[in-house]
Design a protein around this ligand. Structure first.
Ligand code: ZN
Length: 368
């Protein structure tokens, strides 16, 4: 997800509001992740919806230490996950952190891991390190400014709303206020090991291949493949939401996914939403990307504007969304794992998502 996904308009959702109300009524601290065992020594930390979205983490338990993929949107999320890992999985220390790509919701916890494990190495692709070094400070500034704006809107709504709506807005205000506070004086931490194609970490427990195979959701997405456990951790190049195309290379993305499909995996820990247990959604997502890219390119070549393209390219016209239940699958994932906005019906989620995808693809097609 990119910086704009902090938008307050995206945060109204009945399930989330009800959960917020429940949490408030019990006074229980809100748990950020659900830990799920994927294979022997491989776990997924599935992020629950939050005002400032967190990514999932993939946790690979090695013989004496851990490799963790992705570090969420804030230091406190890493602190919470480290405590949960110690309690529910293992006391082994974190040795490697992988940034699947440069987005804020996957990298802003880097410095916190260095606090818990000063000797840990942070691994990313060459492009991800460069993007973090070049764009990191500006993206952080945008994310903080967007959150400040959203916070003012949430405060106004918290004052006028009642019942479970009020509890929801109060929780948004509390989470956003806490985020802004913890990001004051924040100093980013860059990856110190870069991968240009494959880095293999050998270990008696299982090997891990950190692989870059071309541009996709960003210029630098890597996958982490565990051959013995047949698990692939994919960041946002493959997950249960609609693809996020703002920083993407949509004409190259499917090819990169087909390359990843060569790995012999059975389980996918994506950057967001539930663990997948087949390669099917890889092909469905690639097919959707191919179709929307082709449709947007044709609209652009015909001289249509973004708004005109959004009128003609819709969930109904995209066969890839209507085959194999792919559209229903992503709508359900977004409803469950991402507070999806003021119109949380599956149809509303898909039409808003496709609109955003069309606009981003329109721009991304010109990206060199
Ligand atoms: Zn993300």
């Amino acid at each position: 997800m990119g910086a704009t996904w902090t938008g307050a308009a995206l945060l109204d959702q009945s399930v989330f509001r009800a959960a917020a109300a429940r949490a408030q009524s019990t006074g229980a601290p809100t748990q950020l992740f659900d830990i799920e065992k994927v294979a022997e020594g491989v776990f997924a930390a599935i992020a629950r919806p939050a005002a400032l979205i967190n990514c999932n983490a993939a946790i690979f338990v090695r013989s004496t230490d851990l490799l963790v993929v992705d570090t969420h949107s804030k230091p406190s999320a890493v602190a919470a996950l480290v405590a949960q890992i110690k309690k529910d999985i293992t006391p082994k220390p974190v040795r490697y952190i992988v940034n699947s790509h440069f987005h804020w919701d996957h990298t802003q916890g880097n410095p916190t891991y260095k606090k818990f494990a000063p000797r840990a190495d942070i691994v990313a692709s060459v492009a991800t390190r460069r993007l973090l070094a070049d764009n990191g400070p500006q993206r952080l500034k945008e994310s903080v400014e967007q959150t400040q704006k959203s916070l003012e809107e949430m405060k106004a709504k918290a004052t006028s709303a009642s019942g479970s709506d009020k509890a929801y807005y109060q929780r948004m205000v509390a989470e956003m206020t806490a985020y802004l506070k913890e990001m004051q004086g924040y100093a980013p931490e860059l990856p110190n090991i870069t991968v240009d194609r494959t880095l293999v970490l050998q270990d008696p427990a299982h090997d891990l291949h950190i692989a870059f195979r071309g541009r996709a959701h960003t210029a630098g997405d890597v996958a982490v493949f565990c051959p013995q456990k047949r698990v692939l951790a994919t960041g946002d190049a493959l997950h249960g939401f609609l693809p996020y195309i703002a920083d993407a290379y949509p004409a190259e993305w499917p090819r990169t996914l087909y390359d990843w499909a060569q790995f012999e995996f059975q389980h996918v820990i994506g950057g967001h939403a539930a663990v997948q247990h087949s390669k099917d959604r890889l092909y469905h997502m690639a097919g959707y990307l191919e179709e929307i890219t082709d449709a947007v390119r044709k609209a652009k070549q015909a001289g249509r504007s973004v708004a005109q393209a959004q009128q003609t390219i819709t969930p109904a016209t995209l066969a890839s969304l209507n085959r194999n239940g792919y559209g229903d699958f992503v709508a359900a994932s977004i409803a469950r794992y991402y507070p999806p906005g003021p119109n949380p019906t599956p149809a509303g989620i898909l039409s808003e998502g496709v609109k955003t995808n069309v606009a981003h693809t329109y721009t991304a097609l010109d990206r060199a």
